[in-house]
Design a protein around this ligand. Structure first.
Ligand SMILES: *[C@@H]1O[C@H](CO)[C@@H](O)[C@H](O)[C@H]1NC(C)=O
Ligand SMILES: *[C@@H]1O[C@H](CO)[C@@H](O)[C@H](O)[C@H]1NC(C)=O
Ligand SMILES: *[C@@H]1O[C@H](CO)[C@@H](O)[C@H](O)[C@H]1NC(C)=O
Ligand SMILES: *[C@@H]1O[C@H](CO)[C@@H](O)[C@H](O)[C@H]1NC(C)=O
Ligand SMILES: *[C@@H]1O[C@H](CO)[C@@H](O)[C@H](O)[C@H]1NC(C)=O
Length: 464
């Protein structure tokens, strides 16, 4: 008979607490094995150990208590640390919620893009040239990118926004710019301004030096029926921010002699909705254009009829009422919305929250048939408005200045609306006689720049 080895498992209280395995064999139908009886003796050592544990338990509790005490002491420190770290993270949280990757901004981006698609297809069907074809293609590329973004969130939102800004500018440049505007001055083809002369005219404001803010100039429309040679001054007599009168002179001689002026009152009071806010005005044709009181609107006061018409500037949260004034070195109160004129016509220079406080230039047109002031095109730049001391338009190029010292400003930035290109490497000096510059604007009829330099009125020749 074959012996079958069986494995017998015995449970035993061994030191390591594991089951003990013993070998046995089969005989006469039963399983036999040898067992060491020592295995069943009382585990005295184990008992001793347990007893010891019970005895030292009290000590352990003390240790535990000590640790708890320590933790309690450290808790305020840990709390402070968490608070400290959280507060340091806050700005990033803000960015996270406000900025680059939120669904909301993605949705807004989508809306802007849809608007752009509509605009571009309208321009394309109108013009249908290589430029508009390229534009259409780029817009649809961008649409693809944004679609991918909504699914993966991996494309850099910032670069897409920048691309969108560029395309929007290009689309604006494609829109109906009068073909003959460059013909009006071949000098416009020469490119950017090359220099600015020393002041060719210096005069104290006819209102006196105490009115440090306002605007002044010469009739800026070449073929205006009346007021062709007029000079004008607009002082901000209320808190250097508001005013309601425009003083005009028939010609240069009267202006220099402060003789035979004619005053126009375009609002019944300084705080009327039609009064002027900030050093913003310009005389163009038979009308005075300016930023209307506490609003994101441009007003047009008709010198013949005394009617005031207005238009709201485009953009998400247009800055007005001292939100985005010119601020380089010193802020010029409420210089948010600046009206300018160049060879292309009338412009509003301002900033919007939508463009992150950077300069925006909108082209304005007076439609004499429908008697409405219209905004026809808008370009967005990358220059923070508060980082400039003033801005003006020449030949469709937006120029910005900064403060150098008491007697000098400098043109340092240019943005070409025809190409969307910008240049911030300019250094064209502008001499002045007092520290503050309230307004600076260009006149395309004689290519002069006019500066309201605290109470002084200065003129310069622009050189190409
Ligand atoms: C096995 O059984 C036989 C007969 O019943 C007996 O003589 C023998 O002693 C037994 N062997 C043992 C180990 O018990
Ligand atoms: C823990 O703190 C309590 C009260 O603060 C104190 O009575 C106790 O002695 C402390 N225990 C140890 C182990 O430090
Ligand atoms: C908070 O963090 C700042 C900067 O790291 C450090 O200077 C400061 O001591 C910290 N405060 C606390 C309570 O840890
Ligand atoms: C630019 O004009 C200033 C006068 O404002 C003159 O001093 C300077 O020499 C001119 N620079 C050039 C390069 O012509
Ligand atoms: C100006 O806007 C008015 C009203 O929206 C419109 O009727 C008119 O055609 C526009 N004019 C131009 C030149 O776009």
């Amino acid at each position: 008979m074959m012996l079958l080895l069986l494995s017998l498992v015995l449970l035993s209280l061994t030191d390591d607490g594991h089951a003990l395995q013993v070998w046995g064999h089969r005989e006469n139908g039963s399983c036999l094995c040898e067992v060491n009886p020592d295995l069943w003796v009382f585990p005295a050592a184990k008992y001793d150990a347990a007893l010891q544990t019970v005895l030292t338990c009290e000590g352990s509790l003390d240790k535990l208590q000590e640790q708890v005490n320590l933790s309690l002491q450290r808790l305020p420190q840990v709390k402070a640390l968490i608070h400290n770290v959280s507060s340091q993270l806050e700005p990033f949280q803000y960015l996270h919620y406000q900025g680059l990757y939120s669904d909301l901004s993605l949705r807004l981006l989508g809306q802007e893009l849809s608007q752009l698609e509509t605009d571009v297809s309208a321009i394309h069907s109108q013009l249908n040239n290589a430029e508009t074809q390229k534009l259409s293609k780029e817009v649809s590329n961008l649409r693809g990118k944004v679609r991918r973004m909504t699914m993966t969130d991996t494309v850099n939102m910032k670069s897409v926004k920048e691309k969108l800004r560029n395309l929007k500018n290009t689309a604006e440049s494609c829109k109906s710019i009068p073909n003959d505007f460059r013909g009006q001055g071949s000098y416009c083809l020469k490119g950017l301004l090359s220099n600015v002369s020393s002041p060719v005219m210096t005069k104290i404001s006819p209102y006196g030096k105490s009115y440090i803010s306002g605007s002044w100039g010469k009739q800026a429309q070449r073929d205006s029926e009346e007021y062709t040679t007029s000079y004008w001054v607009q002082p901000l007599v209320n808190s250097h921010i508001w005013g309601n009168t425009l003083r005009t002179y028939k010609d240069y001689d009267d202006f220099m002699a402060s003789a035979n002026h004619k005053d126009f009152t375009f609002a019944p009071s300084h705080t009327h909705a039609n009064s002027i806010e900030g050093p913003s005005g310009v005389l163009y044709g038979e009308a005075f254009y300016y930023n209307c009181y506490r609003s994101p609107d441009v007003c047009r006061y008709d010198l013949k009829t005394s009617h005031v018409k207005r238009v709201k500037l485009p953009g998400t949260e247009v800055g007005f009422n001292n939100k985005f004034p010119y601020c380089y070195y010193e802020c010029r109160a409420n210089s948010d919305i600046d009206i300018g004129v160049d060879e292309k016509g009338l412009w509003a220079i301002y900033a919007t929250v939508g463009n992150h406080g950077n300069l925006v230039a909108s082209r304005l047109e007076w439609d004499s048939e429908s008697e409405t002031l219209n905004v026809t095109q808008t370009w967005e730049t990358r220059l923070f408005k508060k980082a400039a001391s003033n801005a003006f338009m020449v030949c469709g190029v937006l120029y910005a200045t900064r403060y150098v010292d008491l007697y000098r400003e400098e043109v340092f930035y240019a943005f070409d609306t025809a190409t969307g290109k910008e240049d911030n490497s300019l250094a064209l000096p502008l001499e002045k006689v007092a520290k503050g510059m309230a307004s600076l604007s260009y006149n395309p009829t004689n290519r002069q720049l006019y500066m309201y330099n605290d109470g002084y009125l200065l003129a310069y020749d622009a050189q190409f």
